[in-house]
Design a protein around this ligand. Sequence first.
Ligand code: BG6
Length: 533
Amino acid sequence: MPNIKARMTPTHTPCEEQKPEGCGIIIFGASGDLVYRKLLPSLFNLYLRKLMPSKFYILGFARTEMTDEDFRERVREALVDAHEDTKGEILDSFLSQCRYTSGDYSDIEAYKRLQKKASGCEDDFSKKENKLFYLALPPQLHPTVVSRLSQSGLTVEGENEDPWARVVFEKPFGHDLQSALELDKHLTSMLKPSQIFRIDHYLGKETVQSILMLRFANIMFEPLWNQRYIDNIQITVAESVGVEHRGGYYEEAGCLRDMFQNHMLQMLSLVTMEPPTRFEAEYVQGERVKLLKAIRPWSERTLKENIVRAQYAAGTMDGKDVPGYHDELNIAPDSTTETFVGMKLYIDNWRWQGVPIYMRSGKRLNMRESEVAVTFKRVPHSVFGFESQHEMPANILVMKIQPDEGVDLTIHTKQPGPKSCMASLSLSFKYDEVFDTAPQDAYERLLLDCMLGDRTLFLSREGVEAAWKVVDPVLNFWRDHPEKAPLHPYKAGSWGPKASDDLLLRSGHLWRNPPDEHGTHFKSLAKPLLVRK
Ligand code: BG6
């Protein structure tokens, strides 16, 4: 399909970011991968963009013994890797704000040392005693750390939250609904709800935030955004990587917990929720929760027929042989953990009644590609001499989440030549071409928002609970009736098992796959786009 580049004049509303007031950022798990790969590069980027507080310090805490100097050296290496153009002076001044202290997460004495070190940093770097605690830790440790923080008085806030103390939690929030409720009960017995920041990093992605902007800043989509005009919605998060070094965690989680309970359902809620009155936490979180609660409950039939679970087998990617899941590090040879899930669900409300929503995510798929594709219904009557309106191709709006961030809209137009010669084109824009810059990293947005106390892009307790209520029955069904939910194999490098294609075929649909070598977005069954002469 020819690709017409939309000529865009970016019209900016004021885009000034607010700068947070002074604070200390205390990172638990400061010897772990996420910290060096994501958190510190994001903080450094904020520093380069002059969006870190004028006075701040970063204090790492973990079991591993390290001096401040050792820690700074590790931070330096991570930042030099992440930023090729790191300037020595700026880097040195950022590093000079970094400190470290070690200890056992359950040892109250370690927290006393931490408190002492934080006070020293506050004297040096921060007039305010605001503190942001980031728990980059396995979830089993969250209750212990929060208890110790609370016992040592570190999370006590002043009057009117001055100074404030906030705690950031990484997913997973529990292992199932029950454990999530218990975790929450524990956290809220030690912290005020306003102190708890639950991260789903997908909400921090520019392209995910842009779903709301596209829907609610343009008049032309919202009137069509319902069951009268939309045929189906597809959400795909395809990863080409395998389970990598995270076998231990992944064996316990699996794709449904790892991707659907959080990222996939949050994206779904942004695509389908009602317009919030304001772009503020209370309103946006509220609408997201309402949407999740409107997802049609599963029945035994839909659990069996509308969900496909699968696991990757050995295959070929980019011409190289790659091992199957069973042969990855720390994976049981007879593991039944799913690395792919495809599902069809419905939303029971006036807007979405009867519109199938297809979602799939998996590891070791053909390519890294995440997108939301909204397929509109065909025109009700064919005026151009085609035999029926079914021969007219549909309009499709594709919100490309990553890696090729942008938006594509398929439209049909007159092709020069005979009177009813039609061509289908794609109007598209790419973020990096239009805005001359790649989207910022999700963690940068979320860390800044957390320092500013803006919770719009964070998860509420109700949101986490509502998502578990969608996922829990599926997990229970798989556990109790494995014979009714077979684990399909799929080849690494493919688009998942045949059962996932069949799931759509049964309703006359096809997955929209990224262009193959023939340049088509659809698999072979799709009708060719029409050119009737
Ligand atoms: C994480 C999952 O939350 O998201 C990973 O635990 C997954 O398994 C990752 O790879 C995907 O995030 P992104 O930003 O790379 O799409």
